[in-house]
Design a protein around this ligand. Sequence first.
Ligand code: SAH
Ligand code: SF4
Ligand code: F3S
Length: 484
Amino acid sequence: MNEEKLKKVMIQTLGCQMNVYDSERMADMLFLLGYEPTDSPWKADLVIVNTCAIREKAEQKVFSSVGRLCAIKQRRPRMKIAVAGCVAQQQAEKLSARFEGVDLILGTRVIHKLPDHVKALENGESRITDVEMPDSGGLSEENCPPAAQDYRRRPGGVSRYVTIMRGCDNFCSYCVVPYVRGRENSRPPGRIVEEVRGLVSAGAGEVVLLGQNVNSYGKKEKLCSFAELLEQVNDVEGVERIRFVTSHPRDLSDELAAAFSGVKKLCNHLHLPVQSGADPVLKRMNRKYTRDAYLERIEKLRSVSPDIAVTTDVIVGFPGETRQDFEMTLDLLEQVGFDTLFAFEYSDRPRAPARKFDSKVGQEEKNARLKQLLQTQEKITRRIHESLVGRTMNVLVEGYSRHGRSPRKQESGGCVEMTGRTSENRIVNFEINPDQGLVQPEDLIGKTAPVEIIRACANSLKGKMPVEESAVLYTSKGGKIHAA
Ligand code: SAH
Ligand code: SF4
Ligand code: F3S
């Protein structure tokens, strides 16, 4: 195709991994219409903002981002602007009223219709809104566009996302997701496995299976169980590692806990959002488990896989959360020993019932609790990291570290710093010296390498490749690759 004739699309992705995945699919579909990706709105014929509504701040970010793009459009009137994702679903009217420059508003359940809408825009239509969201069943695959024709075109590195289900039926009282993503639907296992195969053939070493509540995978549609799906993905040749997010504590079955020892490629890490360590808060959050039940699940997991790394999400300042409730959460952090956590200040969301709950916690108090929570976790993370010093761990190498190729590094004896993750999802940065000619950095990317942990940092680990191993890279399948 003539380079100059290619149209350009810029996709800005906000929010969670599901949006990252959806953006990739949108890019796939648009490629077939002749659109190449660009990073600049000044070069784009079409800009898509894929949005997140999870907290008020996320939503504000969307409005300011769309505002900026509309200002650019004043100087580039032929550029089309589309808003997709969770804010598009929930605030279509507001977006349309506030921004004349927005040409397309696309809901979360109709992204497969993107090509039709873009063709309509190219033919002169404007101001299209499509936020249709059928409320029940039958949407498992239709709203999930076909897999890429050519997986090599998908951007991204060693670790790749595959959405296995959409929507959520849990209705936690603070959460907007069930309203913006609709009811829960699972994709057939065959399609998931096919997609994993494609991604692996294009160089992926790790796949991350995505769903808001993966434990209920397939139940509604009477497909296989999630643990069985894991087995099927495990059987795909070339997959080195499997991860998944997110698991709801209430539904974490014994069968799934057992998968941590039975499914060989499943990583030794579980993200299990607890939200709070106090029963009255959990009850009002509609989480449907107690603190003890959560702890019992952790115990079960550790009986299957003693070294498993557990991470979590916590909300501070939920309506009615007392100081004592909050301290129960701090105590739970210690008791479980989470590797790390994501912490959020509670934020009122439209339609989520908690917005009407009494006893809202003030902003200052929320700030203070967040700070204290993070400090508590920092100490726990550091303790865990320090206990790992001296151990050699298998690291799936993702690329150069942030400072990996800096001139300073190059000057200091020709070392470059690479980055990757352990099976427990811990980030390890480690230096290699390509001048020694043992291992070339590029050869390491996508491979699993043994790395000795030499120092604990706050959010990562520092390592080095044992010298005698430097000439040999191990893949997790046990094969050896002799580097140049
Ligand atoms: N399905 C996942 C969560 C997806 S949202 C689960 O249930 O675990 C990611 C995180 O955002 C949640 O775990 C929660 O900690 C946080 N979150 C969701 N709604 C929020 C709100 N209204 N205010 C603050 N944090 C919120
Ligand atoms: Fe939101 Fe709860 Fe569903 Fe997670 S499980 S997406 S927190 S409603
Ligand atoms: Fe945000 Fe929607 Fe994900 S609200 S967190 S982008 S499901």
